[in-house]
Design a protein around this ligand. Sequence first.
Ligand SMILES: [Zn+2]
Length: 122
Amino acid sequence: MNSDDAISQLVDAGLLTDRQAEAYVLRAVEGVPREAAAESMGISPNTLDNTLARAREKVRKAQATAEAVEVIRSPDIPEKCSECGHGLGQTWSRDSDGYPICIDCAGIDPAEATENISESDT
Ligand SMILES: [Zn+2]
């Protein structure tokens, strides 16, 4: 992807201004030296620094927001079987009261466990 495409992708995403996207692509993505990047944008190095700092802050917040959404949307995965107290690992089920139990206590054949779990999760 060339710089112009990268910049317009960032701008189209709706968060960064043209200037911020340009500063971000030149410095943070392509590693263009500070002076050269400022010159190609027709601004002073100090202005570039400020623009880049705002761009980085926005990108950081966007990533933090995306991660928070990810956490909120993922189902809670319990750590221990409520029956025997052993760690549950990746494969577990729920008993009739909704408590998490390991596949041994649930009496599930490990070969069939994946299918049962994807059903109980939805
Ligand atoms: Zn158990």
